[in-house]
Design a protein around this ligand. Structure first.
Ligand code: PMT
Length: 402
């Protein structure tokens, strides 16, 4: 079920008594980390209300093809592109017939025509309707087109008959959905990533900061999402759009970043600190813009900021903790010292004396240091490097949890 983390699933509901089971199915899919959007045929709304499905899925329910309000939100083509998988449960005999003949006469059939995502059907109908030659021919043709059939099961039916045509149970359907996705290196894991600089205000218009662009941290967040993790990206002020399928929390100061990092830390499996956090902040923030005086020299008084990654690593329920070390000299030696001093599992040593890597560049080169080995990762794009880092972190995390 961990494979469902971050997956975007359209649950299509057609008219059938088994529609009531979709409440539990939605709960299971959501509980496994999937984002679920429900699309109902008009007949389905006679069996279970859109309001119920909206409350359970946490998303607006779509049930009309020609609905200007819904189209203004997420239009039907956008919805078709959004889906990683479309599960139609229950799939009635009528819906299967319409899907087989390529009709687009309601929102759900239109979505099926417009999507590139895999389509899976959970047929549910009276046993005689399932056995009918037309339904069987439709089922065969749909399968030949690559559409998967989950079930139907055999047993007692709502109408009193016994035989094939029962919709599979929600737990079986959720499991079958999960099996449609390959397992990523971090499937089901919760990863927190700090990224970008912090800003420490001096007065309402000035602050102390650094050149971090956030590119390294955002690339790591994207790579962790791609590896199947549930990601919280705690970001200082940067000019980067939030990657999809993660939670981004924007912060300004080191203390804000610490608060956002500790919020929900009990759920965190892996903490990656790539942010360039200001070590010190002004002791006081002037209420008004500071005026230029007669003095040639101005003194600033600074106080130490909390160390975020060290605070996380000092917890009794410490997640697997990865720091970065930005150094301009004796890079590996200083990094090793930080690995020990901050009680980290891994540290990524980054030579920031070069202008082609490190701060605010598109490329980077690092050495990943653990207690027993150093692994250099040569210069490449931050995106590529992030994929290599996430793979390495996942494998060290797994080794550590054995
Ligand atoms: O953002 P980019 O432009 O892509 O640049 C990427 C980067 C150069 C910022 C990144 O690769 C990097 O090296 N990040 C670490 C920057 C840094 O501040 O390193 P440090 O050696 O000062 O800190 C050591 C570790 O402690 C880091 O994991 C840092 O996040 C953490 N720290 C530091 C101070 C503090 N108060 N709290 C912390 O958590």
């Amino acid at each position: 079920m961990q494979r469902l983390t971050n997956r975007q699933i359209i649950l299509g509901i057609t008219g059938g008594i088994a529609a009531y089971k979709c409440a539990e199915l939605t709960r299971l899919l959501k509980g496994a980390g999937a984002d679920v959007r429900v699309v109902m045929t008009p007949a389905a709304t006679e069996f279970i209300t859109p309001l119920t499905m909206q409350a359970l899925s946490g998303n607006p329910v779509h049930h009309q093809l020609l609905d200007p309000e819904a189209e203004a939100g997420m239009g039907h083509i956008e919805l078709a592109k959004w889906a990683d998988l479309i599960l139609i449960a229950p799939a009635s005999a009528d819906f299967m017939a319409r899907l087989e003949s390529g009709q687009g006469n309601d929102l759900l059939t239109t979505l099926c025509l417009a999507t590139d995502a895999p389509i899976c059907l959970a047929p549910a109908m009276n046993q005689a309707m399932w056995r009918d030659i037309a339904t069987q021919a439709n089922a065969d043709k749909l399968q030949q087109r690559g559409i998967k059939l989950f079930g139907p099961g055999t047993g007692e039916q709502a109408c009193g008959d016994t035989g094939p045509g029962r919709m599979l149970e929600p737990a079986e359907l959720a499991q079958l959905c999960a099996e449609q996705f390959s397992s990523g290196a971090l499937s089901g894991k919760t990863v927190f990533i700090t990224a970008g600089p912090t800003r420490e205000p001096l007065d309402p218009v000035r602050y102390i900061s650094n050149h971090s662009s956030g590119k390294m941290g955002y690339s790591l967040a994207q790579a962790a999402v791609d590896a199947g993790a549930r990601v919280k990206l705690i970001s200082g002020p940067v000019n980067l759009a939030a990657p999809e399928r993660l939670q981004r929390v924007m912060v300004q100061t080191a203390r804000d970043m610490l608060d956002a990092s500790l919020d929900g830390i009990e759920q965190c499996d892996i903490f990656i600190a790539s942010a360039a956090v200001a070590d010190y902040r002004p002791t006081a923030v002037a209420e008004h813009k500071m005026k230029k005086g007669k003095e040639e020299v101005m003194e600033l008084h600074l106080v130490k900021n909390p160390d975020i990654v060290a605070t996380v690593a000092a917890r009794p329920d410490k997640p697997f903790t990865v720091g970065f070390a930005a150094e301009t000299q004796d890079v590996l030696a200083y990094a090793r010292d930080k690995l020990q001093r901050k009680n980290l599992n891994l540290i990524v040593a980054n030579d920031v004396s070069r202008s082609d890597i490190g701060f605010n560049s598109d490329e980077n080169a690092v050495t990943v240091i653990s207690a027993d080995q150093d692994q250099p990762l040569p210069q490449t794009s931050k995106r590529q490097l992030a994929n290599q880092l996430i793979e390495l972190i996942a494998s060290e995390y797994n080794r550590n949890s054995q």
